[in-house]
Ligand binder design. Structure first.
Ligand SMILES: NC(=O)c1ccc[n+]([C@@H]2O[C@H](COP(=O)([O-])OP(=O)(O)OC[C@H]3O[C@@H](n4cnc5c(N)ncnc54)[C@H](OP(=O)(O)O)[C@@H]3O)[C@@H](O)[C@H]2O)c1
Length: 321
């Protein structure tokens, strides 16, 4: 089958590790299911994999891609939940210490076919296209859990989203405004700030700018470049929900502010299968759709990876079959 895969780790030049070509079709173990992919979407995770983060050399070559939607062998239109938990794990899959994300231990979705445990398939609502559905299982699910499960703040609260252009960030803006939060965003880029306002943000600020007032919660995926601003932007008792660190780990934790203002720092990772099913229903019911920066055939995946590496995107990159 045709696939996009990593054959080595290139920490400083991830595109050099990117390969496109024929790979063996995966076997289907008992209790697992094959999905013929119709669309897949790119995440920053795929760049981390090419750099060798979370993907040791003994697992290479590895087909990349966490997110996908397609048709199973029974003809059902399905979305793939990317968190693969142990067979005997029950409950919140994101808390399973032995979990992996598709493309870390099992081959991913940038291919003609992917094979996953049957319980990882979620029905695709007919209202969503394959491309739209394929945007939801990682970045959008992460945003859904950050806002609705982990932040502890209710609609009406003011939420700051750092780094407006990212896949997780655009999902946070769209979901937050649709659910009645007052969403403020930061971005280094003026055109991304304008697009964030179109997407439903209430106000957009330059990265690091002083805000008109402090916020109830901050959604953090940027890391070092924005961490200090995130801590300083919170009201006493406020919460930072952190699910990524694109620019690296924070060098100063700002502990004095954390304890004196009684701030909460809450980690969040992906989401459960049930949260994915609710997110799909949320989109089907409200008419909300993921922001797609660009869609291209899987054969042109290198262009999509380059666009993400340059930080030159607003929303998701989708690969179609
Ligand atoms: N924990 C999880 O379950 C989970 C799931 C998905 C993603 N993640 C993580 O979350 C992070 C974001 O993922 P993504 O797919 O949304 O990535 P992405 O689409 O590449 O977004 C990154 C955004 O961060 C901002 N940014 C990057 N470098 C920056 C810098 N030096 N200074 C200021 N802003 C910077 C940019 O926003 P502006 O250009 O607008 O400033 C950029 O658009 C990644 O680290 C990823 O690994 C975690």
């Amino acid at each position: 089958m045709f696939a996009v895969y990593a054959d080595r780790a290139e920490p400083d030049d991830p595109l050099a590790a990117l390969q496109l070509g024929e790979r063996p079709a995966p076997d289907v173990p008992e209790g697992w299911a094959r999905v013929r992919l119709r669309a897949a979407s790119l995440n920053h995770h795929d760049l981390w994999s090419l750099r060798g983060v979370g993907l040791p050399s003994d697992r290479l070559p590895m087909v990349l891609g966490c997110d996908g939607a397609g048709v199973d062998d029974e003809g059902n239109e399905v979305v793939v939940h990317a968190v693969i938990s142990s067979p005997d794990w029950r409950g919140d899959e994101t808390l399973d210490p032995a979990r992996s994300l598709l493309s870390e231990r099992y081959h991913g979705t940038f291919a003609d076919e992917v094979v996953v445990p049957r319980r990882n398939l979620v029905p695709k609502p007919s209202q969503l296209t394959f491309a739209e559905a394929a945007c939801l299982p990682s970045a959008w699910l992460t945003a859904y859990r950050m806002l609705f499960t982990r932040s502890g703040v209710d609609p009406g609260a003011t939420v700051l989203v750092q780094g407006a252009g990212g896949g997780v960030a655009t999902a946070l803006i769209a979901l937050g405004s649709a659910a009645g939060y007052r969403v403020w965003v930061t971005s280094r880029d003026e055109s991304k700030r304008a697009k964030a306002l179109e997407l439903g943000a209430d106000q957009a600020f330059e990265s690091g700018a002083r805000l008109p007032e402090r916020v109830d919660a901050v959604m953090e995926t940027v890391g070092r470049a924005t961490w200090s601003h995130s801590v300083k932007s919170l009201k006493p008792g406020g919460t930072i929900v952190v699910s990524g660190a694109t620019s690296g780990d924070a060098t100063a934790a700002e502990l004095t502010r954390v304890f004196f203002l009684q701030l909460s720092v809450v980690g969040s990772t992906m989401g459960t299968r049930d949260e994915l099913a609710r997110l799909l229903q949320f989109c089907a019911t409200t008419g909300l759709r993921p922001v797609i920066d660009a869609a291209m055939p899987l054969e042109q995946a290198r262009d999509g990876f380059a666009r993400m590496l340059a930080g030159d995107l607003f929303g998701k990159i989708v690969f179609t079959r």
